[in-house]
Design a protein around this ligand. Sequence first.
Ligand code: UDP
Ligand code: GLC
Length: 394
Amino acid sequence: MVPTGRRERILFVDHTAVLGGAELSLLDIATAFRHCAAVALFDAGPFAHALASRGVRVITLSAGTALRNVKKDSRAPSPAALLTTLRCAFQLSQAARGFDLLYANSPKSFLVSAMAGVLASRPVVWHLRDIVSSAHFSPANIRILVAVANQRAARVVANSQATADAFVKSGGRLDIVRVVHNGIDPEPFDALPPDARAATRRSLGIAEDAFVLGSFSRLHPWKGQRVLLDALESLSGVHALVVGGALFSGEEAFEAELRVRIAHPSLAGRVLLLGARGDVPRLIAACDAVVHTSVLPEPFGRVLVEALLGRRPLIASDAGGVREIVQDGVTALLVPPGDVPALVRAVQTIRDEPALAAAMAEAGLADVRLRFTPTALIEGVSAVIDGVLDARIV
Ligand code: UDP
Ligand code: GLC
């Protein structure tokens, strides 16, 4: 764990203040480091409140709000994007003078931190939580990210081996990469009352005997909510809770599309679109199985660990970091990304073979409790930070 007597000061940096998986993970990291760290954010929002409520100091950089409009898949950085990045870097470099190390939690915040690190002569670590490939990023953005990382990142902390491999495949330096998986606190799952399933169903108006799937991802085409709805068309009588918000700008149209789709007679009355929620453990408890349907490689997928901590059978998309978390047929059923008939078959298996489903959930729970702990996450991050500070890499 983080030594409480630590003198070095860490400035974590994130461009967004919405609560995505990357921010939920940083929330736990920053909480563990709070006696010697602060978090710089380029925006205001729920992440800032969550950090403050855990006693973490938040520094909001006013120049950053314009960064919202800079997209991963934009073909080339516009002059406006460059100007915003420079402004943020300057502000961040001022803040960085009170710290020994900058620790960036996203691609955008890494680029800004890299510049600020030069201005303030501070080392920069990048926690890479994205698969750097043409499926997620434009070629120009990949070139920029990899070149800057190779030059300016003291270390790249990858959230999975799959993420690390994609970075290296894109030209990233292998010698600076360290893999540190996410760790999730089991306590909110363990603390649920025995009647959580029934009580949550009652509060949502779902029948006790309905077979219910749960999807827990922000609403985005690559998270595959369409695949789930396609599968439901062939799964008569099966219900779904679709949990997650359109967190980033531009996804409102996708949410509207899903709303129209679930009102169609083929799905009407079977799908609840619940938006972004803060009570995921309780909602997981209401489900008979959790489905992860990403159509592009998932860098890690916290939701997989959470489903198993919630003692639910899990069906997941077989790509990215998913095989580092689960074993097909042992702790979950894996289906090829975007393969609707395969998803339908997997749901039928879980529904029709409850003993198999329960055995996989039980094996998965035991496995994730051991391998994806908050302690391992903090120790992994701590080791990287200590290594950089001890070696005085700038
Ligand atoms: N989540 C949440 N509320 C929601 C939907 C999701 O708190 O309405 C959480 C979910 O429990 C998980 C995280 O958001 O911890 C998503 O992380 P994941 O790694 O699965 O995907 P990401 O969105 O980061 O790509
Ligand atoms: C990102 C990834 C997700 C991962 C999360 C936490 O948001 O999309 O797969 O679990 O970061 O590292």
